[in-house]
Ligand binder design. Structure first.
Ligand code: AAL
Length: 400
């Protein structure tokens, strides 16, 4: 019946919507037109439904062969004290780990306040000691580890500067860049409690000769806000630098369309700025935004291009995407139980590679937002196989 329909359709005016292939195929009734029992590895030359056509647009039509598909495994970290989970201590938004002389270093948002956050809708009621959100009244701390599981908290890396210097209210959500033997931390610098008007803040930078510091303030508003009316006019979040094509490619997020009177209809997108000096100036890519989904930023060199995790928020949430040029991203896989605020380790994040090898682990956070008046977050480890040098079936096997 299917063949018959095809023939009738091909011979009549209803073929207008059909692809030319369908029409010529239909004319040649001697060619088998059935999808085989074994999934083809190459795109077959016969008519297919839109869904099956699309399978061949992925890096591999069989998900197990898709280098940019993985499942995720999570491990609790050792070494961090959370005051018994009473909400007064929080660690979140970790940087990517970097390996220096056999030791991993990470930087992260740490809040240690007398009381847990009271909620961003109550930002007008906060004081210098009462946080609105989990990332209000925070400093940037760092920790070290030999195995990525047991961590030793080392102390503050970048503290809130005195009022009214940028970031006086909170510094948070750092990520690291290694460039010409020096270390650069990019982070969000709040001049008001988050939630007062929105989650409004620019990005600052500090630098050091050693991952142990000391850190020197290197500049504020390093990612220029958009002009009024543009998507990134008030917020540049989640700065995430990699080295690509000889430059610093700094990805960032803006949560936009989120106003005091219209909080429900917000959208997120990611932009790209580039520079040859870590202290700037940074130039916005003319095609910004470059990713339409993802609450935090996670990018890594992959083959000759750049891969990204789009996790939470947006039509393309829970996807892994790939671009050949760091700018034009396409969905490479759809994933589940994904790491939030993922910060993967890769030895080639800052080596200007044109043959990125991918990632197998990193850090992320879990938010305990469900406990009223006790909100806080923890950092955890994730493992996956988004690497070209690994083929661990635990992360690709979706069957039973
Ligand atoms: C995060 C990040 C940014 C936001 C807030 C703290 O996970 O997207 O850092 O400002 O939430």
């Amino acid at each position: 019946a299917w063949m018959g329909l095809l023939l009738i359709c091909g011979a009549s005016s209803c073929s207008q919507k059909a692809s030319p292939k369908l029409t010529s195929q239909a004319a040649d009734a001697s060619v088998a037109k059935v999808f085989p029992h074994k999934m083809p590895t190459e795109k077959p030359d016969f008519p297919m439904s839109a869904a099956m056509e699309r399978m061949f647009d992925y890096p591999a039509p069989r998900v197990h062969d898709n280098e940019l598909f993985s499942q995720f495994k999570y491990t609790r970290l050792e070494g961090f004290d959370y005051h018994g989970g009473d909400g007064t201590v929080s660690r979140r938004d970790p940087s990517r780990p970097i390996l220096v002389n056999g030791t991993y270093y990470i930087w992260y948002t740490k809040r240690d306040t007398k009381v847990p956050p009271i909620g961003w809708d109550k930002a007008a009621e906060v004081t210098d000691e009462i946080p609105s959100t989990d990332w209000d009244l925070c400093d940037i701390w760092y920790a070290t580890s030999k195995d990525g599981i047991t961590w030793a908290e080392q102390g503050v890396a970048v503290a809130r500067p005195p009022k009214p210097s940028p970031g006086w209210r909170s510094v948070c959500t750092p990520d690291i860049l290694v460039w010409k033997g020096k270390y650069y931390l990019y982070y969000q610098a709040f001049n008001e409690p988050s939630g007062l008007k929105g989650d409004w803040c620019p990005v600052s930078v500090s630098y050091a000769d050693s991952p142990n510091g000391p850190w020197t303030h290197g500049g504020d508003e390093v990612i220029p806000f958009g002009k009024k009316g543009e998507w990134d006019q008030d917020a540049t979040h989640d700065p995430f630098p990699i080295v690509y094509k000889g430059k610093i490619y700094l990805y960032y997020k803006a949560a936009y369309n989120k106003w005091p009177d219209d909080r429900k209809h917000y959208a997120v997108a990611h932009g790209l700025v580039t520079a040859t000096d870590p202290l700037g100036p940074f130039t916005k890519h003319p095609l910004n935004p470059v990713l339409n989904s993802g609450h935090e930023t996670t990018y890594f060199p992959f083959k000759g291009g750049v891969a990204a995790l789009a996790i939470k928020d947006g039509n393309e949430r829970e996807t892994i995407q790939y671009s050949e040029d760091g700018v034009n991203f396409h969905i490479a896989s759809v994933v589940s139980l994904t790491p939030t605020a993922a910060a993967p380790y890769a030895a080639d994040m800052f080596t200007n590679t044109s043959d990125g090898r991918g990632i197998t682990w990193g850090l992320c956070h879990f938010v305990n937002a469900g406990a009223p008046k006790k909100g806080y977050s923890i950092i955890a480890r994730f493992d996956c196989d988004l690497s070209l040098d690994n083929n661990d079936p635990r992360f690709k096997d979706t069957g039973v």
